[in-house]
Design a protein. Structure first.
Length: 199
């Protein structure tokens, strides 16, 4: 059996590292590329996450030669929450969070992730995965209490499915791990094709 190629994760997200560990993958390094993550005018959520994932992978790949990791595979991802085709980013502050979270109450929204993988030869492959999430009713008092937990601060859409916010989720259609931050089925296929994971 060939030794898997080393993997560099273009993310500082502890959730993504935990998800990779779940499928037996340990990055040799993690980089958090400094790129502009703003949405472009008239850009759809799916187009945005694919573009940003590609940019992150390319930016992280530029650091590899200096670290003697030129043969490494680079994995990057970007996740957003969308409701009625409106992209909901990470909350800027408490008022922004409350406005966002009450928008999600008692309705369905989409969690969309772009996953980009740059193989050892420089080829870049990207997939986009969408999961439907339905929230039950959320009162303002509940939203305010959730904000006080500190959990929403760095989360797309202002919530963590794997945390306290699970109490608000009525149902999910699609990949659970995608909502947490990395669709594992699709990611595994990309890593296997690039020789970064063994069966």
């Amino acid at each position: 059996m060939n030794k898997p190629r080393p993997l560099v994760l273009a993310s500082a997200s502890p959730r993504r590292r935990e998800l990779l560990a779940q499928i037996g993958v340990e990055p040799v390094a993690c980089h958090s590329p400094n790129i502009d993550e703003s949405a472009r005018a008239q850009e759809s959520a799916a187009t945005m996450v694919e573009r940003l994932a590609r940019l992150k992978a390319q930016a992280a790949a530029e650091t590899l030669d200096a670290e003697a990791l030129s043969d490494a595979v680079v994995l990057a991802a970007d996740t957003v929450v969308s409701v009625d085709d409106r992209i909901l980013g990470k909350p800027l502050d408490r008022p922004d969070f409350l406005s966002t979270f009450t928008t999600l109450s008692n309705r369905e929204h989409q969690v969309i992730t772009g996953v980009a993988l740059r193989d050892g030869g420089g080829k870049l492959t990207c997939v986009v995965v969408e999961t439907d999430v339905c929230f039950g009713p959320v009162t303002r008092t509940q939203a305010e209490a959730y904000w006080e937990t500190g959990e929403p601060l760095d989360k797309a859409g202002g919530y963590a499915l794997q945390g306290f916010a699970a109490r608000f989720v009525e149902g999910i259609r699609g990949s659970y791990s995608n909502v947490v931050g990395l669709p594992l089925y699709e990611t595994t296929r990309l890593l296997r094709a690039a020789g970064a994971i063994s069966d």
